[in-house]
Design a protein around this ligand. Sequence first.
Ligand code: ASP
Length: 309
Amino acid sequence: MKPFGIVIHGGAGTVSKTKMTKWKAEAYKQALKRAYTVGFLTLQKGGSSLQAVKEAIIILEDCPLFNAGKGSVFTHAGSIEMDAALMDGKRMQAGAVAGVQQVKNPILLAERVLKKSRHVLISGAQALEYAREQGLEIEEQSYFEEEERLKQYQRALAKDNIGLDHDEEPEKYGTVGAVALDKKGNLAAATSTGGMVNKKYGRVGDSPLIGIGTYANNNSCAISCTGHGEFFIRSVVAHEVSARMLYKGESLEEASNYIIKDELVRLGGRGGLIGIDQAGNMVMPFNTKGMYRGFKNSNGEEFVGIFKG
Ligand code: ASP
């Protein structure tokens, strides 16, 4: 049997271990488990990796615990502006949205861009227009305004922090991502995020940028990143992993460990990524104290974790 499987993340940079209550950890784990299980069942039935990653992301976008869709963070101006991307490694097709407001599931808009538009990345008010045109679900801003996020926003405003909120560790970035390999050997990647709390001037992070926060290529790997986007953009992370595999002959593990644990650490960039290759090898490296993550594969292996080890 050909291998298949799905890996997901719910963001690098978690609340510190001491502040993580048992109940909260359990809630995160349940949500992650639900997301990869939905994706895995699709793969098991012979569905495409593109469909599986999209389905996993929708579960996480609808869950207020994560910084994507419903649980997205506030911008400096008090709005909620989301980024998302989806890439098909077989056809090398991609769709992405940046700075989009009110769209309940930005990943569905990214999918429309991929499948129905002649563009790869659309942004802002006109992207919302396109979502309306496509009949996607639109919500009032109040739908996204979670109380925890409001408090986080107020703390960030008071300290003039961007994306930083916690004493010891940049507050959970909380982006969500999924990568999958289907029975036909096709790879796909998806990422969705509210970006960084208190972000200014229409800031766009790495998540919707193809080859940076999101990338899939059947010849190498599928990658979804999470962390301090500015650093990931400058290191062109996702494509760099793929390029090291293709041109240097590194394994997925070697390439992604190098970028996350060596290069980004040297530059001061915090975060992690998830990846999968055509043999079904999976990786989840991160250089923060934790990363919400999980996977399930055709060998019957399954995992969900938050902290190191
Ligand atoms: N990478 C995202 C960004 O910079 C944040 C995250 O991963 O949570 O927008």
